[in-house]
Design a protein around this ligand. Structure first.
Ligand code: NI
Length: 161
């Protein structure tokens, strides 16, 4: 495994819709492993492949609770349904130091392939639903700053940190 560089500052790959994964080969598996290590190192809770410069529809999220890690890996994720609405605070490893309030669905049904190429279906809610919506936006070239109802100003940031 190796750390990959996380792109920021509106890098063009961040702003380009990512491509479907046609074949889950050793390069895709290595990418997944590297993304997990990179997310861990950056202390993030989600990461999309185009954030590390690879324009493929792959994302990971940490669904763990109380400091226990539980990694979810989604290849070619698709949202089947989204319900509810909640405004919450978000940040992004590709927009360092910025936080904003974003409205997201509270319940989500998602379909994707796992690393064995099998279709998996997930029903998620709360924080994990928010993370998956944020990461699926990345795969469309969308950043949370595009959708934020309000960005936090510097004084508010200090109380967040
Ligand atoms: Ni992000």
């Amino acid at each position: 495994m190796a750390l990959r560089k996380i792109l920021s500052d509106n890098h063009p790959v961040l702003r380009t819709p990512a491509r479907e994964v046609a074949k889950i080969n050793s390069g895709v598996l290595r990418l997944l492993d590297d993304m997990i290590e990179t997310m861990r190192e950056a202390q993030g809770v989600g990461l999309a492949a185009n954030q590390v410069g690879v324009s493929k529809r792959i994302l990971i999220a940490d669904a763990g609770k109380d400091g226990e890690e539980k990694i979810i890996e989604l290849i070619n994720p698709q949202c089947d349904s989204a319900e509810g609405e909640e405004v919450g605070l978000e940040g992004c490893l590709s927009v360092p130091g910025a936080y904003g309030e974003v409205s997201r669905a509270t319940e989500l049904s998602v379909r994707a392939l796992n690393r064995e190429g099998r279709e998996i279906k997930l029903r998620v809610s709360g924080l994990l639903a928010r993370i998956l919506q944020h990461e699926m936006d990345h795969l469309e070239g969308i950043l949370f700053t595009d959708k934020a109802l309000r960005m936090l100003d510097p004084e508010e940031l200090q109380s967040e940190e």
